[in-house]
Design a binder for this molecule. Structure first.
Ligand code: ADP
Ligand code: MG
Length: 617
């Protein structure tokens, strides 16, 4: 067997060769081009650089070139820079406990050099010219080179000698997006440093030296900035500053959460939890807050040596840090929120919210179609009901249109059942809805219980499959196109998979560097919350490196689409709507199970019920 713990024969213990040690370490430090970029950016900042210029080719897998104006590396130190566990940054345990530099482990360059070709050219202020070293001939001494100041590092052919790793690389666009994100994190933390980024010869980003506010506005956009509250609070030696966005600017993913501890970007459970809790009362559970926060504290109070990539930290006094952040944020966010529009979420309460809120307010805080408050199954009845509730005119028109189109597309008949219903339809006729989750129906043999979301999801899934087997599904133009802010990787995915999205029935276009416009969706999904739907789809598509693979994974995509298109739990359905769903189930293949294999309905026969009540016993 070839699994751990089953080596074929007993071998002698031998020290591993250096190159192999470095390749193993590279597994942790050099996960992808973006992690290489992160390490060398940190080195430049540690060297006091004021200007950092990065050039990438093929998402960084072919070339990562960085030039800085830092203090440089002397001739004699150059070979040491590529050596494992060689660093200029700490000398003792005491240094480690007070470390203020990004680096200290002395393993990044050695690890990178173990899995790529690397050239390092550098010049210190007191040197007459620059020196250059390369890992191609590791044993050889540095050679003279031309460079006016600072350091240039060139990394080419990443993973050329570790093909298994190379296979894990995603598409060029995705890898580039990760690199861009790595640079963005540094740039947010260090507004005092100028950065530039180019990819495949074209310039992608140019940031001149500025202050924190301007830098954040440049990178995250005015939309974030206008919806964010700035904060600055101190307690003892803890200092928290930055920006926290109000709920109206919440996100479907965690893509705009930037937390820096002593200037280092971290993803830390304790910190995330404290923030999350501060938002708990004002943000729906499925949404994620957006923020840029800087926590400063005595380096002695935080251990950064927990993870090779140093994105996790450990606090000596975790409890007080948690408390401090929680209270600081809660106070910041608490100031008259009632005066601000709350975000609408698709749920049963929306129907009421829409009727009580000022129409203008509802439309402003969420696109008119964000809440499909109309019935999931069209009927003249429900449209009239909405009309009598006096919902804003444009909203109602839009929903009627959607309902009409959806019904037309799915061929639904929402007419109430005729007199002989119980005997003719296997799934019977609806009696009531239980807690907004189950449909209770009566058929010839007894009671039918239906999980309405699961059932509807299955129906949509089968319909999407059937349609796509023959053609692009009919599309439905949104009355008001949705403009959504997108993360860099979402942008990359939208570009890579533009054709697939079109084939699936979406009209999605690029509206800005981090903005997408959604103009139409498949008619079958006209009831879905469009932003959530498109984000979920982009998240799925982001998993696939190229569009060639999509055909094989098509059904997974359709499942995601169906889930978002299906009627949500706690949506109040009318009897005709419920009956329409039952009829649709009867007409759909495999309607007995949802896409996740759970049953969609069950029967309790009269005999079952009699047994429950011990009737006739
Ligand atoms: P670490 O950053 O943990 O010390 P690295 O392997 O990243 O380890 O770098 C090794 C050493 O090379 C650093 O300690 C530093 O002295 C030197 N070095 C690397 N990059 C630069 C740079 N851009 N400018 C100046 N010195 C650098
Ligand atoms: Mg380093």
């Amino acid at each position: 067997m070839n699994s751990p713990g089953h080596s074929q024969r007993l071998a002698h213990i031998q020290p591993l060769p250096d190159q192999l040690i470095n390749q193993i370490a590279a597994g942790e430090v050099v996960e992808r081009p973006a992690s290489v970029l992160k390490e060398i950016l940190e080195n430049s900042l540690d060297a006091g650089a004021q200007q950092i210029d990065v050039q990438l080719a093929a998402g960084g897998s072919q070339l990562i070139r960085l030039a800085d104006d830092g203090h440089g590396i002397s001739r004699d130190d150059l070979p040491l820079a590529l050596m494992r566990h060689a660093t200029s940054k700490i000398r003792s345990l005491d240094d480690l406990e007070h470390v203020a530099s990004f680096g200290f482990r002395g393993e990044a360059l050695a690890s990178i050099a173990a899995v790529a070709r690397l050239n390092l050219t550098s010049r210190t202020a007191d040197s007459e010219h620059a020196w250059r070293i390369s890992n191609a001939n590791a044993a050889s001494a540095p050679v003279p080179a031309a460079l006016s100041a600072g350091t240039v590092i060139e990394i080419t052919d990443l993973y050329y000698n570790t093909p298994a790793r190379r296979k894990f690389l995603k598409s060029e666009a995705t890898e580039f997006a990760h690199c861009q994100e790595a640079l963005l994190r540094m740039a947010i933390a260090r507004p005092d440093v100028a950065f530039s980024l180019a990819h495949n010869g074209s310039s992608k980003l140019r940031l001149s030296r500025s202050d924190s506010a301007q830098r954040i506005r440049d990178l995250l956009g005015g939309e974030f900035f206008e919806q964010a509250r700035s904060l600055e609070l101190a307690a003892g030696d803890l200092h928290l500053s930055g920006y926290a966005a109000l709920p109206a600017y919440s996100r479907a993913t965690r893509d705009e959460q930037y937390f820096f501890v002593n200037g280092r970007f971290v993803r830390d459970k304790l910190l995330t939890h404290a923030v999350r809790q501060a938002y708990a009362d004002i943000l729906h559970g499925s949404r994620h807050p957006a923020y840029v926060l800087f926590l400063e504290l005595d380096p002695y109070g935080v251990d950064v040596n927990v993870h090779p990539a140093k994105t996790e930290v450990r606090f000596r006094d975790a409890r007080s840090i948690h408390q401090f952040i929680f209270h600081a944020l809660q106070r910041t966010l608490a100031t008259p929120l009632s005066a601000l529009p709350a975000i609408s979420l698709a749920s049963a309460s929306d129907t009421n919210a829409a009727t009580t809120a000022e129409p203008g307010q509802t439309l402003r805080t969420a696109p008119a179609f964000a809440t499909t408050a109309g019935s999931p199954y069209s009927s003249a009845h429900s449209s009239q009901r909405q009309a009598s509730l006096g919902i804003a005119e444009s909203r109602r028109q839009h929903e009627n249109y959607l309902n009409f189109a959806a019904a037309a597309a799915s061929g639904l008949d929402a007419t109430p059942p005729g007199p002989n219903e119980n005997t003719t339809s296997p799934l019977g006729y609806a009696l009531a809805q239980l807690h907004g989750i189950y449909i209770l129906a009566q058929n010839a043999s007894g009671l039918i219980l239906v999980d309405m979301h699961a059932a509807h999801e299955r129906i949509l899934y089968e319909k999407l499959k059937q349609t796509l087997d023959t053609r692009t599904p009919a599309t439905q133009a949104l009355l008001i196109p949705v403009v959504l802010s997108a993360s860099l990787s979402e942008m990359a995915t939208a570009q890579t998979h533009a054709d697939t999205l079109t084939q699936l029935g979406f009209e999605l276009s690029i509206a800005g560097p981090q903005q997408l416009t959604l103009r139409s969706v498949p008619v079958l999904l006209a009831r879905a919350q469009p932003t959530e739907l498109i984000r979920a789809l982009l998240a799925d598509l982001g998993e696939y490196p190229t569009s060639q693979l999509i055909a094989a994974r098509r059904n997974e995509l359709l499942a995601t689409m169906a889930c978002h298109g299906a009627v949500r739990a706690r949506r109040q359905l009318s009897l005709p709507e419920m009956n329409a769903l039952l009829r649709d189930m009867e007409a759909t293949d495999r309607a007995d199970q949802c896409n996740h294999g759970r049953p969609t309905w069950t029967q309790l026969s009269m005999t079952d019920l009699d047994r429950l009540f011990m009737r006739g016993q």
